[in-house]
Design a protein around this ligand. Structure first.
Ligand SMILES: [Zn+2]
Length: 274
């Protein structure tokens, strides 16, 4: 897992900005992992290209990467993490180790786990592109989702899960869907970290993270979501978001707690969608 973060956030990948060579390298790295794990694909190469118009009125090409592990039921949980970042600015590379090589490394490890321990529901693993350009990959996926919208019952999104000094990981999305909070009650037990709530609740004094990352478009479609991430840190969207500045112990513990959460959510999906 750590080597995935180290590789994806190395200078060679030039900050993985959508539409650049570094971004394409990252996509190919992830696809090779998907293949090694033995995930199923909807097409030959796991690639789902899309285009969008950016703020400067230019057409930009992005590519979502989608693989899945079939469960016993047709119901689908989307487990996602964006792989793009902001690229190079004033000849400084923004490596995006925490944002979001960490989330990608974690979902790759989860995919491997579930390829060996079959889930109850179908798990769709998506590495989204163009999150940093306004959640474009997620919006594009939801325009014409494979599988169809009615099968998609939950989104579990990871964005920044490796950098926190207080051993705190937040789960947002439980205000709209309170049963998720009950299901996750013991997910952090014996992991060494605490799962905290409140970044989607009014009157907590905490800002609302509902539209902060790729779970936002799912929320707009009224698909329940859980977003796992840390509060902003000093290296957030800075060239110093490097592999050397993440907290490996926290990352391992957080990933463990999120994996436990996914297992619980998969088991209890009927409670979320009665
Ligand atoms: Zn991010």
């Amino acid at each position: 897992m750590l080597s995935d973060i180290e590789t994806l956030s190395s200078d060679k990948y030039e900050g993985r900005k959508t539409g650049t060579a570094g971004n394409l390298m990252a996509a190919n790295y992830i696809i090779n992992k998907f293949k090694k794990i033995g995930m199923d694909a909807y097409n030959d190469d796991f690639k789902h290209p899309f285009t969008f118009i950016n703020r400067r009125n230019e057409e930009i090409k992005g590519v979502n990467l989608i693989g899945y592990i079939k469960g016993k039921s047709d119901q689908v949980i989307v487990v996602s993490a964006h792989y793009d970042h902001v690229g190079v600015n004033n000849s400084e590379i923004f490596n995006g180790a925490d944002d979001n090589a960490s989330g990608v490394a974690a979902i790759l490890a989860f995919a491997k786990y579930f390829s060996e321990n079959k889930p109850k529901n179908t798990l769709l693993f998506i590495a989204f592109d163009a999150e940093e350009m306004g959640l474009q990959g997620a919006y594009s996926f939801l325009k014409a989702p494979v599988p169809p919208r009615e099968y998609i019952k939950l989104n579990i999104n990871l964005d920044m899960v490796s950098h926190n000094d207080k051993s705190e990981l937040y789960a947002a999305g439980t205000y709209k869907t309170p049963v998720i909070k009950e299901i996750l009650q013991n997910a952090d037990k014996k992991t060494g970290i605490t799962i905290k709530f409140g970044h989607d609740e009014p009157n907590t004094g905490k800002d609302d993270w509902t539209m902060q990352s790729d779970h936002g478009p799912f929320a707009k479609e009224n698909i329940p979501f859980v977003y796992f991430g840390v509060e902003d840190h000093d290296d957030y969207h800075k060239p110093s978001d490097d592999f050397t500045n993440i907290n490996p112990d926290f990352f391992y513990s957080a990933s463990n707690a999120i994996l436990k959460s996914i297992i619980l959510l998969d088991k209890n999906l009927a409670r979320i969608n009665p």
